[in-house]
Design a protein around this ligand. Structure first.
Ligand SMILES: [Fe+2]
Ligand SMILES: [Fe+2]
Length: 280
């Protein structure tokens, strides 16, 4: 299958549309939480940001969908917009049900270049998903919340996984159509977008720290999650989970590869550094 061909387009659109899961967040099996679990859920500092990101995602994807001429691609992107809006609804429901402090701030304007907004958002999702997969795995293993909560979040994680595989293929298909499909150029473009996505993520973290007025996550009920935490352990989990989750997809389709590769290089550095320190 040639990347950028009609066959490629049919395959990444088909896989995305056929794997859409019909459910209503209201009817999910929301568990009763005891006081300790409630305190841990409420201590997670990033719920307002996650809710905002999902609302913004829905707005960007919907806006971009209206500009797409190809009916099959448009249908798939519209479906993604629907799923992003459903993520926001799911989170709203959770916030209300468990009385989590997460106010909704107004959405910032989307820039006039919707292609760029969609691409920026897509690479941002690849970065968030890569990190999210590892954090999710560690949190689940540590029993940070009761398992039924993780079962609900798993629905969301799986959809994000479908989104990033769809996005990476759409991007390559779109670049090929624009005569910019050479692998080296695709990597260079991806590196530029990832650079911006990392910058935005760091900005969000800094803003979050300032807004939390120095409330230390590790000093709260949430500290269970951080027991034995290390950067190397996190990066290892991110890589392993990314690889495991990607196995569920058509191996002929493209997958996000730049971040796992960079992470593998970073891990080698961390391991070598660890060994050198061990010898000293
Ligand atoms: Fe989402
Ligand atoms: Fe998504």
């Amino acid at each position: 299958m040639k990347i950028g061909s009609d066959e490629h387009k049919r395959r990444f659109c088909d896989q995305f549309i056929a794997s859409h899961n019909r459910y209503d967040p209201e009817t999910l099996a929301w568990p009763e939480l005891d006081e300790a679990a409630l305190a841990r859920l409420r201590a997670i500092p990033f719920w307002p940001e996650v809710l905002y990101t999902e609302r913004r995602a829905g707005a960007i994807v919907d806006a971009y969908a209206t500009t797409i001429i190809d009916p099959m691609v448009r249908e798939a992107v519209k479906l993604q917009g629907f799923e992003e809006a459903r993520h926001a609804n799911l989170l709203r429901l959770m916030v209300r049900r468990y009385r989590i402090a997460a106010e909704e701030r107004p959405l910032e304007q989307i820039g006039p270049d919707l292609y760029r907004a969609f691409a920026d958002f897509g690479y941002g999702e690849c970065l968030d998903a890569f990190l999210g997969f590892g954090v999710f795995k560690i949190a689940r293993r540590s029993g940070f919340l009761p398992e039924p909560m993780f079962a609900i979040f798993e629905t969301l994680m799986h959809e994000e996984n479908r989104h990033i595989v769809f996005f990476i293929n759409w991007m390559a298909w779109e670049q090929a159509r624009r005569g910019r499909g050479m692998p080296w150029l695709r990597s260079a473009v991806a590196a530029r977008y990832y650079g911006r996505a990392i910058g935005r993520l760091l900005g969000t973290i800094r803003r979050g720290q300032a807004e939390n007025n120095g409330t230390d996550f590790s000093a709260t009920e949430a500290s269970v999650f951080l027991e034995g935490f290390s950067v190397r352990g996190l990066v290892e989990e991110c890589c392993a989970e990314h690889a495991r989750r990607m196995k569920a997809f058509d191996p002929e389709l493209l997958q996000p590869r730049l971040l796992p590769r960079l992470a593998a290089v970073a891990l080698t550095g961390l391991r070598l550094g660890g060994r050198a320190r061990g010898r000293r």
